[in-house]
Design a protein around this ligand. Sequence first.
Ligand code: PMP
Length: 434
Amino acid sequence: MPEPLTTGELLALDRQHVWHPYGPMPGRQEPLVVESASGVRLRLADPAEGHRELVDGMSSWWSAVHGYNHPVLNEAAHEQLGRMSHVMFGGLTHEPAVRLAARLVEITPEPLRHVFLADSGSVSVEVAVKMCLQYWRSAGRPAKHRLLTWRGGYHGDTWQPMSVCDPDGGMHHLWSGVLPRQVFADAPPAGFDTEPDESYARHLRALVARHADELAAVVVEPVVQGAGGMRFHSPGYLRVLREACDEHDVLLVFDEIATGFGRTGELFAASHAGVSPDVMCLGKALTGGYLTLAATLCTARVADGISSGEVPVLAHGPTFMGNPLAAAVANASLELLLSQDWQGEVRRIETGLRQGLAETAGLPGVRDVRVLGAVGVVQLDHEADMAAASRAAFREGVWLRPFRDLVYTMPPYITQDDDLARICAAVTAAAREG
Ligand code: PMP
């Protein structure tokens, strides 16, 4: 074993060589060094604002729903490591992947039936888009190759997903003019607990109708638009999209990579609307945040359409497709989630966030406070000073990652009430000082 690096050595090498998400090069950011993580706590190499451990308010970007270093997930990983960590999926198959696919079909809305096990959320969206385009190509309608989405969305960092992210001011506006040209509806009116606005519904219907001949699919995040702005909208718009897609022969894709596995209070956000998509993308919490794995599910109609085409295969096959280690942990994570009262826990967190953030709404500089399931968002009336906001959170002993005008949290479902109160105090402090 090599000698462990000191924190100073590690940060120096990090600065010299390592890209971080949306990070500049060479290292103008100063990340915190995490030594280990357990339960809801990240243990740091050096204290931040006096705290050696931080309560995780981010679930490592929606994924670590059971917390870190969970004995059940550890055991599943160890057991699977003893069998095989990876084998190619072309021409071979294995129990972890097959079991996972069957279980996902069981728990997702009917009539989703076939599962492509991708290796990241972005790739699962790429695969979803490919499925839709190929479906129409196979049907002899290759002109149907564009996508419709609403503004303010986020679907990942690879090419097709970037093309359906928010085109104005979003993270990928650098590439406007180069990305495939998609059709954008306005962002849905805000408010989960609202009746659908009829004029907005008309706008959606009209756009689908106008572009039907060139649209392969509508691609949206149901109920919560995440990284594009942490906005919640009425589930009613999903029903509007379903009807419009059915009427005009357009496929409907739900990106549930962030919302899947209970985050919004339903196992999948589509269930708030009682609507089923033709294609659904899952990721993040699929493995409880342990390993990189995602899934694209589609209906028999989509799969049969592709299979009856001139090229009757879905031409996608990443090296790590169906990774057995990730699939085994995903199976364990799913059973762990479904064997407990996860909905009760998410409701408890929702109540805790509502109570803990109630007074934050009255702070100067705060535009809006919203909570849905295990997601709490404070929107400021200005861009947050990220460094100041993060320092304020550290002082409360909490890890948050404010961005733009948003201070937000999506804690692990196992977060207990005292830690949840700390998270709320940290969000409030970050909103006040950021
Ligand atoms: N879709 C949504 C809704 C997401 O939130 C994300 C990740 N933030 C992605 C897609 C991309 O997933 P990944 O980062 O695993 O590629």
